[in-house]
Design a protein around this ligand. Structure first.
Ligand SMILES: Cc1cc2nc3c(=O)[nH]c(=O)nc-3n(C[C@H](O)[C@H](O)[C@H](O)COP(=O)(O)OP(=O)(O)OC[C@H]3O[C@@H](n4cnc5c(N)ncnc54)[C@H](O)[C@@H]3O)c2cc1C
Length: 374
């Protein structure tokens, strides 16, 4: 059999694409070397957030968050979709000015948000430290439990006729499709590389670099927090291009635990937890939520964000290899943007109108540069 499309990787991005294409009537095969919803997807925080520091990212994340809202009622309870909203927390007047600029950018994309005074902040989230300046509330953001959401998308794809193979790697690409680790060939007209940080293992010229992150979960009994809390300085940390950084990001879990993030590190490709960075995470967190001092950490873990040089994902045809498409490099926003990525790929493959401008995500922006360097 020759599939219309073979997808390499069963993280949230590969599963979302499989679902979208199988429901679109294509014959789909997805190959995952480990388990569905593992990889960065399992390590992630699952914050579904509209980010606005780049107009292309704003379009992709706004579209994707809307798609998650539409899907919410169909998701299984274990996917734990909750419309928490995001509370961007400002420490001083300068960050309040940034909150105002953020509000204007979000409004430009039709996303409602609300400037919050210091007094309202204290009322909304009493666990926050005193003397914070205020913030910006984005009520439409949400959270989801990514591995369960990915597995559900894969099941939807299978129900629509997709073949889902897990526990076997794609060893290499070949002109007719791919070769699996056991030597079997799977034939397909198009191959979509959706294997996150591992994309360069199959296509060495793809410019993806691993960016390590730590998260921590507390024991139960943490004081009540209702929003996903993020410091406004977070974007600065997300967009730094070297060194280590720590930014405050806290998600209340329905179990009464707090999920605390997050760190960013280039150039450490080991999976181990670094005690210095976990301490940094806790210290940063205590500055915003003092009650963290009285809550125990249960577990800390790491994961790798697949990062591109311009922090935008690679979505579309890879020009130097006909029939090969990329859907990778989603960095710290791939859970949010998986559904928009799937829509963009589907529109391009099915030759329908794209829901927003596909050009800023086209892998062609890097092809010449990297092929020449190779
Ligand atoms: C600490 C941390 C916190 C994060 N928090 C958030 C957040 O709050 N919100 C958000 O939107 N995003 C977040 N992210 C980012 C998000 O997790 C990623 O962008 C997203 O999971 C990428 O999904 P993916 O499917 O591309 O990659 P992955 O989830 O890594 O999936 C790729 C899959 O490909 C498989 N694979 C690799 N090579 C092969 C092969 N040769 N053959 C077959 N299969 C293969 C792997 O086993 C893996 O399962 C976070 C990331 C980290 C590390």
């Amino acid at each position: 059999m020759i599939h219309d499309v073979l997808i390499v990787g069963g993280g949230i991005v590969g599963c979302a694409i499989a679902e979208r294409l199988a429901l679109g009537g294509l014959s789909v095969c997805l190959v995952e070397r480990d388990c569905i919803g593992g990889g960065a997807t399992a390590a992630s925080m699952g914050h579904l957030v509209v980010l606005d520091d780049d107009p292309a990212e704003l379009a992709l994340s706004a579209w994707s968050c809307e798609r998650w809202r539409i899907l919410a009622d169909a998701l299984p309870a274990g996917a734990d979709y909750r419309a928490t909203g995001t509370l961007w927390v400002a420490r001083d007047g300068e960050e309040m000015e940034e909150a105002e600029r953020k509000q204007a950018r979000l409004a430009g994309a039709g996303i409602a948000s609300e400037m919050i005074s210091a007094a309202t902040l204290a009322r909304l989230e009493p666990a926050l430290a005193e003397r914070l300046a205020g913030g910006l509330r984005v009520p439409s953001d949400a959270v989801v439990y990514p591995p369960v959401a990915a597995a559900w998308l894969a099941r939807q794809a299978a129900a629509a006729g997709a073949d889902i193979l897990s526990g076997i790697a794609v060893r290499n690409l070949d002109p007719a499709g791919v070769v699996l680790a056991d030597g079997r060939e799977v034939r397909a007209d198009k191959v979509i590389i959706a294997n996150g940080c591992a994309a360069p293992e199959l296509l060495p010229a793809v410019p993806i670099r691993k960016r390590k992150g730590h998260l921590l979960i507390t024991t139960r009994g943490a004081p009540t927090v209702t929003h996903q809390l993020v410091e406004l300085g977070y974007i600065k940390s997300a967009h730094s291009t070297e060194g280590d950084s720590v930014a405050f990001n806290l998600q209340p879990r329905p179990t009464g635990q707090w999920l605390l993030g997050s760190t960013r590190q280039f150039d450490d490709t080991t999976t181990g937890v670094t005690p210095r960075l976990v301490s940094g995470l806790i210290e940063r967190g205590k500055a915003f939520v003092p009650a963290l001092a009285a809550v125990s950490a249960l577990r800390a873990w790491t994961g790798f964000r697949p990062t591109t040089p311009d922090h935008r994902p690679l979505i579309g045809a890879w020009p130097s290899r006909p029939g090969t498409w990329l859907a990778c490099g989603h960095e710290g926003l791939g859970v949010t943007t998986a559904l928009g990525t799937a829509d963009l790929i589907a529109a391009q493959l099915l030759q329908t109108a794209t829901p927003f401008d596909a050009e800023p995500f086209a892998p062609a922006r890097f092809a010449a540069e990297y092929e020449n360097a190779a």
